[in-house]
Design a protein around this ligand. Structure first.
Ligand code: RAM
Length: 545
């Protein structure tokens, strides 16, 4: 290489190192340490099956299967399993933990091994429909079926993977004709980090709302492990959007704020070297983020979760520690605003996963503008609480500009709906985020929300995640009766269909809706659907009377 070229390349080196530098290089290790200090101890409780059941095909039941009791589970002790060959057990409620069973001969000594297939299900259809060929778009291994070979009888076996289930189907795949045996001592060591008992609801609360609250509490408890998991069956990991809603639920129920603190530190410690947050963290075998998983709204919602945490706990040390992270996330908005004040929808879509809901075909432009302003406002409040508003002095003007732009380009005064600039789809997501951001006035919000259910070709929510924001938008607009009705219709609908924990995806008109194109792959105990707990307890006048 010639000398002048080498010299000029060397001259660029400081710039290159600077570009490649890790944004939080000095604090990551400390943050990780703080996260580990808050790691909760799991409480283990032994749970036994309640009943032997059969799954009955019934087109009126959720996903066309319902369970029917056949006998008490205690009968299993006396059944010769070789005669049965297949059995389904119901543990009576959703559990997360390790499953074990024992095998013994009932007469002659065992002369050969046994083989079983165990299939664990959160809902009846999971132990009823064949898994293969698997059309799902996620790993087939999420489905909870395990083949176990027992080489020596008697023995006690624990299935290594942690499971989330209420039902377990046991099929006999291999046995010897020369001895008889049975299964006994089946149990699940159920785990959770939720230990505090939330206060009971007053007697004035309706039975349906009580039931919804209880199912919400179960959901949250199951997801509270050593992080806030999104679902104990799948993905068994921390996602910022789920954390935000779980923390809201926790604030009004278990109040175990250290778990929130742990998750906030973990996400910060494992963020990208650019300083932007990665949307999800996997704990095992060592905590790490999913590389390249940049999810637009989740990065910004982190700031909101941090602000809420500070307000709930008064823990300024943590909030100050993590303020640089919140401050950095603001650049996601700043670097993507067009001169006219609108978010550059196409540009963001190229660099980020823009989520909002799993509903296919949802146009997300208005929601993106709304969430951006919402996040700026909440972050500005966080700055004010910490006395750091000078560091983000540009925010008030930016919010104003973006609000003005949204009202100019995205609002149709004739129809009363917010839509995209060119794409005129009317969606719940667009109205919701325009309301939560304060871009829509309460009157405009009320008009839009009242007209939504019967709007032509309206794009409805497909998940309890977006439905959460819908309820909040109704409340923020003062539509209290509508909020109560919507909550009892939607989450009550899951209860009526047999939910003992709330689901990841739910469309009242389509029980088979699956973001992964295979309904057994859905999670049926999903963090983001626990939020009735928050609404019911935060707004007693609406939900407890
Ligand atoms: C799914 C997970 C999680 C959610 C993301 C966006 O994969 O279930 O709950 O936050 O999507």
């Amino acid at each position: 290489m010639n000398k002048p070229l080498l010299a000029s390349l060397l001259g660029l080196l400081p710039l290159a190192t600077c570009l490649a530098q890790d944004y939080y290089a000095d604090t990551r290790a400390l943050w990780l340490q703080k996260a580990e200090q808050c790691k909760p101890v799991l409480t283990l409780t032994e749970k036994r099956p309640q009943h032997i059941v059969e799954m009955v095909k019934d087109t009126t039941a959720f996903q066309h299967y319902r369970s029917a009791q056949v006998a008490p589970a205690a009968c299993l002790d006396t059944i010769s399993f070789g005669d049965k060959k297949e059995i389904i057990l119901d543990f009576g409620k959703h559990l997360t933990g390790h499953f074990s069973f024992a095998v013994r001969t009932t007469g002659l000594a065992a002369d050969g091994p046994l083989r079983f297939r165990f299939t664990f299900g959160e809902v009846p259809s999971e132990v009823s429909v064949p898994f293969d060929p698997c059309p799902g778009t996620l790993s087939r291994a999420w489905l909870q079926d395990e083949v176990v070979t027992v080489m020596h009888v008697p023995d006690t076996i624990t299935i290594p993977r942690r499971l989330a289930f209420r039902y377990v189907k046991i099929e006999l795949l291999g046995y010897s004709p020369y001895y008889q045996f049975n299964l006994h001592d089946l149990k699940c060591m159920a785990s959770t980090s939720a230990t505090a008992l939330p206060a009971p609801l007053p007697d004035t609360t309706s039975p349906l709302i009580r039931r919804i609250d209880q199912v919400g509490l179960n959901t949250l408890k199951e997801c509270m492990q050593t992080v806030y998991e999104d679902g104990p069956k799948r993905d068994q990991r921390l996602w910022i959007g789920d954390l935000y809603l779980e923390a809201l639920g926790n604030m009004h129920s278990y109040q175990q704020h250290d778990l929130t603190k742990r998750c906030l530190y973990l996400l910060a410690a494992l963020s990208d070297t650019t300083g932007y947050l990665l949307a999800t963290v996997i704990e095992q075998p060592v905590p790490r983020a999913q590389d390249g998983q940049f999810l637009f709204e989740y990065a910004l919602l982190y700031n909101v979760a941090l602000k809420d945490y500070l307000e709930a706990t008064g823990d300024r040390t943590t909030a100050k520690d993590l303020w640089p992270v919140a401050k950095k996330q603001l650049d996601i908005v700043r670097t993507n605003v067009l001169p006219n004040g609108l978010m550059d929808y196409d540009k963001v879509n190229k660099a980020w996963w823009v989520f909002f809901d799993w509903r296919e075909g949802l146009h997300k432009e208005a929601a993106m503008q709304g969430l951006s302003v919402f996040a700026l406002r909440e972050t500005y409040q966080l700055a004010q609480l910490l006395g750091c508003e000078k560091e983000v002095a540009d925010l008030p003007a930016l919010m104003k500009k973006m609000t003005k732009a949204a009202r100019k380009y995205l609002y149709d005064r004739t129809t009363g709906f917010f839509t995209g600039m060119d794409n005129k789809q009317i969606s719940y997501a667009s109205q919701i985020w325009m309301i939560l951001s304060g871009i829509a006035t309460p009157e405009e919000g009320r008009r839009a929300l009242a007209a939504l259910p019967s709007a032509p070709d309206v794009c409805r929510p497909g998940t309890p995640y977006l439905y959460h924001y819908y309820i909040q938008a109704l409340i923020d607009c003062g539509m209290e009766q509508e909020a109560r009705q919507a909550l009892t219709d939607y989450w009550g609908g899951m209860v009526r269909k047999g939910a003992d924990t709330f689901w990841e995806a739910y469309d009242p008109d389509n029980d088979f809706l699956s973001p992964y194109y295979f309904h057994p792959m859905n999670s049926y105990c999903h963090a983001w659907s626990c939020t009735p707990v928050y609404f019911i307890r935060k707004y007693p006048d609406i939900f407890q009377k």
